[in-house]
Design a protein around this ligand. Structure first.
Ligand SMILES: [Zn+2]
Length: 354
């Protein structure tokens, strides 16, 4: 009796408070549809246009306890874009970050960004359907973002980056769009979405991976790659995706280096191991990466240099040897592997390169 007497006032209370309705999947789906409708109108593209790229953190963002993956269903239904077509990607963000949608038209390099006003999702489904666009989205903005265009229109680029046209997501979304537009492979774009952004650092991960795959190819199901990441930079996120070399499964151990240690082993990128889990041994490569290759001949404002470098590097993905070199090659047994992974040891000293 006591429980029931508490539940009745609670039910009355909830019924009396407007805006307490929790956004459901149908509302999320409609949100994705709304975003696609607005953007496609702004960019003047039709459903199924192969020039359209959609990026979103839907599925990662959580709004007031409601997961947001259903928005992707709305995006796909309205635009025709999908993961399968390689023109819709989920960009990793922490769940507490805002939900946003980004649309890029390859044909003219124009992009539209929409950020969701989370309060709009607290409306009832009927009220939500009737909301004006500027109530559903706290920001709707448009800019030309192709790097070749921006090179000769730096004033527009300054406005986009300095005034945060995409609420601080410019450095993440604009390089991804530029590389996608120039034929960046699905797996590469997907890995950069896991990294949050596309930069010369994550691209270096691709070159290192290709170099290792050529020198130490995987030949049977007992083999996998392990990375003693020392020092770490953006490359590690690509390696985790490409090789399933995650720290949680002991595929990667991440350690920083002091400036002095970095100088002692110029270009040091880490120790890359092809490990055989049946024979419990493997082959290791200590590799260097030529970081000067990350620079481009961009002479414009600072916001453009990473985009220009990432685009320029795309032309060299088949020649990792131009950027990667072997410092040392050696055999690894279980004892040596354990030493390199141990927090109390210095992996470069165990490997004999420091
Ligand atoms: Zn990066």
């Amino acid at each position: 009796m006591q429980k029931r007497s508490m539940l009745i006032p609670l039910a009355i209370l909830l019924a009396l408070i407007p805006g307490m309705a929790l956004a459901d999947n149908a509302m999320m789906e409609e949100l994705g549809s709304k975003a696609a409708r607005i953007a496609m109108q702004e960019l003047d593209v039709q459903k199924g246009d192969a020039n359209l790229l959609i990026l979103t953190d839907a599925g990662h963002a959580i709004i007031d306890g409601q997961t947001t993956q259903a928005a992707i269903k709305g995006l796909s239904a309205e635009s025709g874009n999908s993961v399968g077509d390689g023109n819709l990607f989920q960009v990793l963000r922490a769940h507490f970050k805002p939900l946003w949608f980004y649309f890029f038209d390859k044909s003219d390099g124009e992009a539209v960004y929409l950020e969701v006003n989370s309060e709009a999702l607290a409306s009832s489904p009927e009220a939500f359907s009737a909301l004006e666009n500027d109530k559903v989205f706290s920001k709707i903005s448009k800019a030309f973002v192709d790097i070749d265009y921006l090179e000769s229109h730096t004033d527009e680029g300054n406005a986009t980056f300095n005034e945060k046209a995409f609420n601080g997501n410019e450095g993440s979304l604009i390089p991804i769009s530029n590389v996608w537009a120039r034929g960046g492979s699905f797996d590469f774009v997907q890995a950069t979405c896991f990294h949050d952004h596309l930069c010369p650092g994550v691209t270096s991960g691709l070159f290192l991976a290709k170099y290792v795959e050529e020198k130490l190819p995987i030949t049977n199901s007992s083999e996998s790659y392990k990375v003693i990441s020392c020092p770490n930079w953006c490359k590690e996120d690509l390696l985790q995706m490409r090789w399933d070399a995650t720290p949680g499964k002991s595929g990667m151990f991440v350690m920083a280096l002091s400036d002095k240690e970095r100088k002692a082993v110029p270009g040091i990128a880490g120790i890359f191991i092809r490990w055989n889990s049946t024979s419990n041994d493997g082959d290791a490569l200590v590799l260097a990466y030529n970081t000067s290759s990350m620079e481009s001949d961009w002479t414009g404002p600072a916001w453009g240099s990473k985009i220009a470098s990432a685009v320029a590097l795309l032309n060299h993905t088949d020649s990792p040897d131009s950027f990667v070199s072997t410092i040392k090659e050696f055999k690894v047994d279980q004892e040596k592997l354990s030493l390199m992974q141990n927090a109390g040891m210095h992996p470069l000293k165990v490997a004999g390169v420091l």
